[in-house]
Design a protein around this ligand. Structure first.
Ligand SMILES: Nc1nc2c(c(=O)[nH]1)N[C@H]1C(S)=C(S)[C@@H](COP(=O)(O)OP(=O)(O)OC[C@H]3O[C@@H](n4cnc5c(=O)[nH]c(N)nc54)[C@H](O)[C@@H]3O)O[C@H]1N2
Ligand SMILES: Nc1nc2c(c(=O)[nH]1)N[C@H]1C(S)=C(S)[C@@H](COP(=O)(O)OP(=O)(O)OC[C@H]3O[C@@H](n4cnc5c(=O)[nH]c(N)nc54)[C@H](O)[C@@H]3O)O[C@H]1N2
Ligand SMILES: [Mo]
Length: 780
């Protein structure tokens, strides 16, 4: 088969191999108007980073067996073993746990972004493998937007299945939006990513085009968006977690000004009257107007009143767009700001029309607002259904490990936590993504065995019992696809695998062989044959949707396939707007539910049946602020994806004295005697970390910003509560569900204290390899 251009794809972009020998590297795709620098640093990082080279087993596990001395995780050396021995150990352990405790005692939720590429997608491989061995307990929903995933189907539409992939496209916004109000901003840094692979980074140009066309941008955030590429964007600083109060006030002012769209509310929504009573204070005597919200959010009420007046207007067919960033709902009661944003947009009445309505994620990922056509489901590795029905909402992992057998609420159901004996992870990093890591660490000692496929020696790998080294995308062939991206990429193998690292597929095939199910797992195909089968299956499905894709050999030799241009612009909910009876929503009323009887029937005090202001457990207006007076935001990092590539030159260049930078307002720094580039200590009852001070007026007084992604680097590995030397905010964040409805991650509700670090600054050890037991270290 002819070999085409040497391309690869990552979540942050498509790149081409360039140069040879010492000059070998990656260059951005010529067609990409605004490529991400993250990919340029990836070549060197994957080749010279702290990669895992051989299968490794924790010494105590190998010597004493599963369950013994599990509290020594992270504190014992590893013993490197040959692959055949590793396969046999994992196979025997899976068989033991399944036969003694049942398959539900295996947690294979394995949340995480893994890498681009549809065949080697680690979780797909894991799912296929697990379903063949009798299944496992899994997870539901995401860290990204679990509150939205639970709430939105009740009140408007499915988040992942409809809303996320049907945002009104940027070209329509440029032509038809006169006012764009963004809660959480439109962070360019986040739009570097598309899950599966961004191939055309469009946010910068999209914003420029809209502003050039006269669109006014106003954004509410505790931080100034330093990457906003256009002038003419207005920043309204607000206290974190108070967006709901601001949205209620904007709606209340529009109603008091008599500008609510009565026709829209009558025809397309349900339950408006009850919400209006709440906004106007008919029952509790509190009018939720600008004068009420101003002091809660720290915003000038007059600014809210005049913004409300502007939002209600439609001028010459140009409308108002209200957007909520996903960060808003990763907070205590995170369901409420999303519901309030949609109810506010309903009061304005522009939903379903070009340029107006609401967004739930512009700027969060590159694909949102894409003009490119939607093709259903990319090429997929076939998997059979999971034979085990048990699951948890994804962010309840510590609760599950701590409290087997206990009941909990989730989206109208009562569920019970399973008793997990074996944890299996491939393609995610819980010691990056989960909150309150000291609590997770203590719970992590409970399972008898932890198996991890990883590329790198991060904290997650160091805390496992059996570590199996996985390849990176540069070291394997694949098909790269993401929703509403224009290019499908034939991903080439561009680099040698380090040491004995193998593809996740090959690792599972090896274990499957020990279990006697290799033929079922691989179906006798090579990876290249799988790519061909996956492509051809997808291609015939595309034909039905009216797209003609090339054959696999043609695609492979061309190196990529460009989707045809979309036949019509995307306008979210346009069919519903045009014909609400013919295209009802999948909600109980078929309309947008401003009041939800279904949610009311659940009786959750932490998720009332209409958009409501509820004080977060931790915020600047609450009583806890007396002790911990600073609100910590842990946003997404701009130099990497989560914890991936934290060891790259790009990520390291952004650190301050080797630590993750923390943004501090000049007043907060002065009050604590902190100077720029000082090493500082952030702490609360849950933990403490060091970080590097960046003093800036791009942040509101009383707020700190420490992006996620710094590899957890505890001063005493394996010991809960020890100081993190590197700046991982999750030693500080609170591990509670958003509410009984969503049970999502609520990392953005977190108060801390800050001080200058006076002790001797400890060295960073996050990127060091673990200890290996000397006697067996020399496996060939
Ligand atoms: N405080 C706080 N915490 C947060 C958030 C926040 O805003 N604040 N955001 C949350 C959100 S939205 C998310 S999505 C999560 C992200 O959390 P994760 O998705 O878990 O984070 P990643 O660092 O992307 O983890 C992916 C891991 O998979 C490994 N990997 C990559 N490719 C492969 C592969 O092919 N095979 C194998 N075996 N491994 C591979 C990488 O080395 C890496 O360790 O974090 C959440 N945590
Ligand atoms: N470069 C890069 N891009 C990424 C990722 C990454 O790791 N790196 N991760 C990807 C993933 S998995 C996801 S889920 C998305 C996440 O997308 P988001 O959830 O939107 O991302 P964040 O960066 O956490 O937050 C966006 C902005 O909201 C602000 N903010 C936080 N809390 C509040 C609040 O209460 N009110 C208001 N008004 N603003 C608030 C933050 O300070 C930040 O400026 O990003 C994706 N894009
Ligand atoms: Mo996410």
């Amino acid at each position: 088969m002819a070999e085409g251009p040497r391309l690869t794809l990552s979540h942050w972009g498509a790149y081409q191999a360039s140069g040879a020998g010492d000059a070998a590297g990656l260059t951005a795709l010529r067609e990409d108007p605004d490529p991400s620098p993250i990919g340029l640093a990836m070549w060197d990082a994957y080749r010279n980073g702290p990669r895992i080279l051989r299968p490794a087993v924790r010494a105590g596990w190998l010597e004493h067996g599963p369950g013994r001395r599990s509290s020594a995780r992270g504190r014992e050396p590893f013993i490197e073993v040959p692959w055949e021995e590793a396969y046999a150990l994992v196979a025997r352990e899976l068989r033991r746990v399944a036969s003694t405790h049942g398959n539900a005692a295996i947690y294979g939720g394995s949340y995480g972004w893994a890498s681009a590429g549809r065949f080697h997608h680690a979780q797909s491989q894991l799912r296929r493998f697990m379903s063949l061995i009798g299944g496992c307990t899994v997870h539901k929903n995401t860290y990204s937007y679990a509150a939205a995933q639970a709430l939105l189907p009740h009140i408007v539409a499915d988040m992942q299945g409809y809303l996320e992939i049907n945002h009104t496209s940027w070209d329509v916004i440029a032509a038809h939006t006169r006012l764009f109000v963004a809660f959480g901003g439109l962070p360019w840094k986040n739009a570097q990513m598309s899950v599966g692979g961004a191939t055309e980074h469009r946010l910068r140009d999209a914003l420029s085009a809209a502003v050039a066309n006269g669109c006014r941008f106003v954004y509410f955030s505790a931080v100034r968006d330093t990457h906003l590429p256009v002038s003419g964007c207005e920043w309204i600083a607000l206290r974190p977690n108070t967006d709901t109060a601001v949205m209620l006030a904007l709606a209340c002012e529009i109603i008091r000004q008599g500008h609510q769209d009565r026709v829209f509310l009558d025809r397309y929504t349900a339950g408006y009257e009850q919400w209006e009573r709440y906004l106007l204070g008919k029952d509790d005597g509190i009018v939720k107007d600008a004068a009420w919200a101003g002091p809660i959010a720290g915003v000038d009420p007059q600014r809210l009143r005049s913004l409300a007046a502007d939002m209600a207007r439609e001028v010459e067919g140009k409308r108002t767009m209200v957007n909520a960033a996903w960060s808003l709902q990763r907070a205590d009661h995170g369901e409420q700001p999303f519901w309030a944003a949609i109810a506010l947009a309903a009061v304005i009445g522009h939903i379903g029309l070009a340029g107006g309505g609401f967004g739930v994620g512009y700027g969060c990922e590159n694909g949102i607002g894409s003009p490119h056509p939607l093709v259903r489901a990319g090429p997929r590795l076939p998997t059979s259904p999971n034979p085990v029905s048990r699951y948890i909402p994804v962010a309840r992992i510590t609760d599950m490990l701590e409290r087997p057998g206990e009941q909990f609420d989730f989206d109208g159901r009562r569920l019970r936590y399973p008793d997990i004996r074996l944890v299996y992870w491939a393609g995610g990093n819980p010691f990056h993504h989960h909150q309150d890591l000291n609590r997770l660490l203590a719970a992590w000692h409970r399972p008898e065995t932890i198996v991890v496929h990883e590329q790198v020696w991060n904290a997650h790998a160091k805390l496992a019992d059996i570590v199996l080294p996985a390849t990176s995308t540069l070291e394997r062939e694949d098909i790269g696809f993401a929703y509403r991206e224009p290019l499908i990429i034939a991903m080439r193998r561009l680099s040698e695998s380090p040491g004995q690292a193998l593809d996740d597929h090959e690792i599972f095939a090896g274990i499957a062989a020990k279990l006697g199910i290799a033929a079922q797992f691989t179906e006798g195909r090579t990876p290249r044959e799988w790519l061909a089968v996956m492509w051809e299956n997808w291609r015939s499905g595309l034909q039905v949707q009216g797209f003609t894709a090339p054959s696999f050999p043609q695609f492979w030799s061309d190196g990529s396939w460009r989707l045809p241009t979309a036949s019509r612009p995307v306008v979210m909910l346009d069919a519903f707007r045009a014909d609400p009876a013919g295209h009802p929503l999948a909600t109980p009323s078929g309309r947008i539910e401003i009041f939800s009887s279904q949610i009311e029937s659940f009786g959750y005090l932490d998720c009332p049946p209409q958009p409501t202001w509820l004080e977060p457990a931790e915020w600047l207006g609450g009583s806890r602020a007396a002790r911990y007076p600073l609100h910590l935001l842990s946003d997404q990092p701009h130099t990497k994806l989560h914890s991936q590539l934290d060891f790259s030159a790009l990520s390291r260049a952004n650190k301050v004295r080797g630590r993750e930078p923390v943004w501090i307002h000049p007043g907060d720094a002065a009050a604590r005697g902190i100077a720029d580039a000082d090493v500082v200590r952030l702490f609360n009852d849950r933990g403490a970390c060091l970080a590097g001070a960046v003093i800036t007026d791009c942040i509101t007084p009383g707020v700190l910003k420490l992006s996620t992604g710094a590899w957890w680097d505890p001063s005493e590995p394996g010991v809960a509560g020890s100081l993190d030397k590197h700046g991982n905010p999750n030693v500080l964040t609170r591990d509670r569900g958003t509410s009984s409805l969503g049970q999502g991650c609520s990392a953005q509700s977190c108060l801390v204290q800050l001080e200058k670090y006076e002790g001797a600054v400890p060295p960073i050890t996050a990127f060091d390899l673990p200890q290996f037991a000397p006697e067996r270290a020399a496996v060939p």
